[in-house]
Design a protein. Structure first.
Ligand SMILES: [Zn+2]
Length: 439
């Protein structure tokens, strides 16, 4: 792969220069620049006063009424089966324990108003019926009005302004709870069982592999629903911000899905590069990572690499499937992808702020990209040098990141906390494992 050799080179002084073949981002890793040890607590742990049910933030079990009306939830039946309950009445919210909940985002990035005014969007039949049924319940009406009052106060409305507003006006503002395309998937637990300190948080890696798989599957069913309810959505951006330095407002695990009416600049430019070389993900990422010994872990349907050319130390999990969208994967393929994402989060630890970002082929794209999931460790801050030069200093090289992870992955597998993967040198490293789009 001669055309990629200049994208990853070490200079005589030890400086590693690396360029991401998909984005062109230029990154330097300078020797001896100190970085924090992995998973050091981001603040001094404080003893935790536990509550039952959990009541530490608005996403906790005690606060089902502090989120917008629930679109659906995942529960486990007494005989162990998973079941989705749609559009629960407020009277039933506490009749079951939600493993996962799906609600609209309180503050949308792309608002319902955007869809209505720019596209002439009208709520789907399903959304309209749900809204009508929900608001017909007196308890639900109080819930929705309370949510709107809270929202208006947060955006600076005074009590006087609020009392002057009619109920109709407030209910109009609540339309986004039912018809919006920015959603949250909330995991049931805030802290781990037996937590003693406020740092004992449930991150993606602290879930069991089964819980992580259910979280992934439930997120994909939400993604499908966003497309089904809004025909103007061209792409659903899926991401997870973990801890405040990564942009999370609450330290309670949740994933976000935002329907957008374009692909977004990064997908656009990446697909332009793929158009030139459709096999680029194999050639420039996977085969290259095999040659450079940067494969972190692998299983039947997914492969994880410490990827070059990112501003932050970044692990990327690629699906090997022929299918190019998460919703088209088989259950077995999803399980494999989930197990590798879960293992990467578990080895990263719950004290490392990180963003998880999904990339996949938009429904209206002809050029194909494999579904891949980035986990970016937000352990370094960008500074003036980066702004001025567009050269980014990433203190952890892909090799150093891989070397931090391998012992941790081995340890977690030994403890039975992660499964269905082979690690580092165990990987067969056969070239061209990504089958995206192949018949
Ligand atoms: Zn919470």
């Amino acid at each position: 792969m001669p055309e990629f050799k200049n994208m990853y080179r070490t200079l005589p002084d030890g400086t590693l220069k690396h360029i991401n073949p998909l984005t062109g981002t230029e990154v330097w890793t300078v020797p001896d620049r100190a970085h924090r040890p992995l998973n050091k607590a981001i603040h001094q742990p404080k003893a935790l006063q536990t509550t039952n049910p959990e009541n530490y933030c608005d996403f906790c079990e005690a606060n089902y009424f502090k989120t917008p009306p629930e679109k659906n939830r995942l529960i486990q039946t007494p005989d162990g089966f998973y079941q989705i309950l749609d559009h629960l009445s407020p009277d039933d919210l506490y009749n079951s324990q939600a493993i996962l909940r799906r609600v609209s985002n309180f503050f949308e990035i792309v608002t319902l108003d955007y869809w209505i005014k720019n596209h002439g969007f009208q709520k789907s039949v399903d959304q309209t019926l749900w809204q009508k049924k929900y608001l017909a319940n007196p308890r639900a009406l109080v819930h929705v009005l309370q949510m709107i009052t809270t929202k208006l106060k947060l955006i600076g409305k005074t009590s006087e302004e609020l009392t002057q507003m009619s109920q109709e006006e407030k209910l109009r503002l609540a339309e986004s709870f039912f018809g919006g395309a920015h959603e949250l998937i909330i995991v049931h637990k805030h802290f781990k069982s037996g937590a003693q300190f406020d740092t004992d948080l449930v991150s993606s890696g602290e879930l069991t592999s089964e819980e992580h798989y259910q979280y992934l599957r439930f997120s994909i069913s939400a993604l499908n629903d966003i497309y089904a309810n809004n025909r103007f959505v061209r792409y659903v951006s899926v991401f997870q911000n973990w801890l405040q330095p990564a942009g999370a407002s609450l330290e309670h695990l949740h994933r976000q899905l935002v329907g957008i009416d374009e692909w977004g600049a990064s997908i656009e430019s990446e697909l332009e590069i793929v158009r030139q070389n459709p096999n680029i993900y194999n050639e420039a990422i996977i085969n290259f990572s095999i040659a450079q010994n940067l494969i972190v872990a692998e299983n039947d349907h997914a492969i994880a690499v410490a990827e070059l050319g990112h501003r932050f130390p970044t692990l990327v999990i690629y699906s090997k499937s022929r299918q190019v969208r998460p919703e088209d994967h088989t259950a077995e393929e999803l399980r494999s992808v989930s197990d590798l994402i879960h293992a990467c989060h578990a080895a990263t630890g719950n004290q490392v702020p990180c963003n998880e970002e999904w990339y996949y082929t938009p429904r209206d794209a002809k050029v194909l990209m494999p579904w891949h999931i980035l986990i970016k460790w937000r352990t370094n801050n960008l500074a003036g040098f980066e702004g001025g030069t567009k050269i980014y200093i990433n203190p952890i090289s892909p090799m150093a990141q891989k070397n931090l992870l391998i012992p941790k992955l081995n340890e977690l597998r030994q403890q039975g906390k992660i499964k269905n993967l082979i690690i580092g040198d165990e990987c067969p490293s056969k070239p061209n494992p990504l089958l995206y789009g192949k018949k």
